[in-house]
Design a protein around this ligand. Structure first.
Ligand SMILES: Nc1ncnc2c1ncn2[C@@H]1O[C@H](COP(=O)(O)OP(=O)(O)OP(=O)(O)O)[C@@H](O)[C@H]1O
Ligand SMILES: [Mg+2]
Length: 393
């Protein structure tokens, strides 16, 4: 007989699924303005007009994906009721990082829907595009293509240039295609090639970060779906919303925080989520996020961060670039890597600063002397050592 026993009942959660990334609320909350903008842009196609192309942008976690899908589903439902042919397909550039992959994946989605087997790789971009046009044409409909996370395309934005012009360029005759590109990087939007801008920026829809009161509404809905009634203590929703709004205004982050607070409460068998559990959860979520970020670094970036961490441990921070370089060289040699030169290390330190893992401080050497920078570690050194030992040794 084992003394290990699984929990028989839950104190806090009805289901944790509603806190997960793939859960979509039935109707997005607090996004009526953005939904209206979308509906205005899309409704002409219900009356047979050419569809608009739309560029949607806003920071991570502000509801771009969830709202876009909601509106497109609503459009297709309405079209069906009114006997108009509108369809939509979705591709994500996070998993298809070139225009070629996006085109192929889109083509195969349409083929799958019409019962055809997928086309293999091995065709050139223009061949894939012309087959894609054939497929779209045979749908005999207005086809919206939602291209999510377009930032991953980097400079390879051919698909964003080609698709919106298909009708104008004579590739389509009985079908229309409208593109909805979604970006979470404001500068990527500005750096799109001017050819792409001309077509894609016919309409722009901006998603601002959520404020505290909007996050409260979103969290209340999630809590009512996923947590038992009466278990969310006073001030808990308010606290999660305030922290989320002060940080990035991301619903994803606020929802993570509430779920984690629920976990803390359940582990403590507290019977109720309290504000102190939120504080605890905040540390866990933050740690998890930093760990993900550190884990995403390249080996060189990680070794440079390791150098700063080891200087921090021995009390030598704030430190100058020279010291980072020499400690880094020892570390690289220790792990059997050829050390990078000083200017590459300077770039890595710059990246680490931007990511918030390192802080920099400018020092002036008085009136005659120039200036220099000093660096400190901005994250927990244990965490850096953990990731280093998982990855490098
Ligand atoms: N208005 C909302 N109502 C309810 N839930 C929301 C709302 N906005 C966002 N969420 C939830 O927050 C999470 C993130 O939303 P979403 O994926 O739409 O963000 P995003 O803007 O597409 O972010 P990213 O740029 O990282 O892709 C999802 O779990 C989603 O269900
Ligand atoms: Mg998204």
């Amino acid at each position: 007989m084992t003394h290990h026993e699984f929990r028989k009942t839950r104190d806090i959660f009805i289901t944790k699924d509603v806190f997960s990334e793939n859960y979509s609320p039935e109707v997005p909350i607090e996004r009526d303005d953005e939904i209206d903008e979308y509906m205005t842009a899309l409704e002409d196609s219900l009356f047979g007009d050419q569809p608009s192309n739309i560029l949607t942008y806003g920071k991570t976690g502000v509801g771009k994906t969830v709202v876009t899908k909601y509106v497109l589903n609503l459009l297709v439902e309405t079209a069906t009721e009114r006997d108009v042919d509108i369809e939509y397909f979705e591709v994500n550039c996070g998993s298809n990082q070139t225009s070629y992959q996006v085109a192929l994946s889109l083509l195969n989605k349409i083929r799958a829907q019409t019962g055809q087997s997928p086309l293999n790789r091995g065709y050139g971009f223009s061949e894939v595009m012309s087959r894609l046009y054939e497929q779209i044409e045979s749908l005999d409909a207005t086809v919206y293509v939602m291209i999510d996370e377009i930032d991953y395309l980097g400079g390879d934005d051919r698909i964003l240039y080609e698709l919106p012009r298909a009708y104008k360029n004579g590739y389509l005759d009985t079908s229309f295609v409208g593109v909805i590109g979604i970006s979470n990087d404001y500068s990527y939007r500005q750096n799109l090639s001017s050819k792409v801008k001309d077509t894609l920026q016919e309409r722009e829809i901006r998603f601002p970060p959520y404020n505290a009161s909007e996050l409260q509404s979103i969290l209340r809905e999630r809590a009512s779906e996923g947590m038992k009634s009466g278990v969310v203590g006073n001030g808990v929703i308010e606290q999660c919303a305030a922290l989320g709004a002060r940080d990035t205004g991301s619903a994803r982050q606020a929802i993570d925080l509430l779920r984690e607070a629920g976990n803390v409460a359940e582990e403590a068998s507290a019977g109720e989520v309290e504000v102190s559990h939120v504080e605890h959860a905040k540390e866990r979520v933050k740690r998890g996020r930093i760990r993900d970020g550190v884990t995403d670094l390249t080996d060189s970036g990680l070794m440079v961060l390791h150098a700063v961490a080891s200087l921090a441990r021995s009390g030598e921070t704030p430190t100058r670039l020279k010291s980072i370089v020499s400690v880094y060289e020892e570390i690289a040699t220790h792990y059997g890597r050829r050390p990078l030169g000083e200017s590459r290390i300077r770039d890595h330190v710059g990246d680490l600063t931007m990511l918030g893992f390192v802080t920099e401080e400018r020092k002036n050497l008085g009136r005659a002397g120039g200036q220099f920078y000093q660096y400190s570690l901005a994250v927990d050194s244990d965490l850096v050592y953990d990731v280093v030992s998982e990855r490098l040794s």
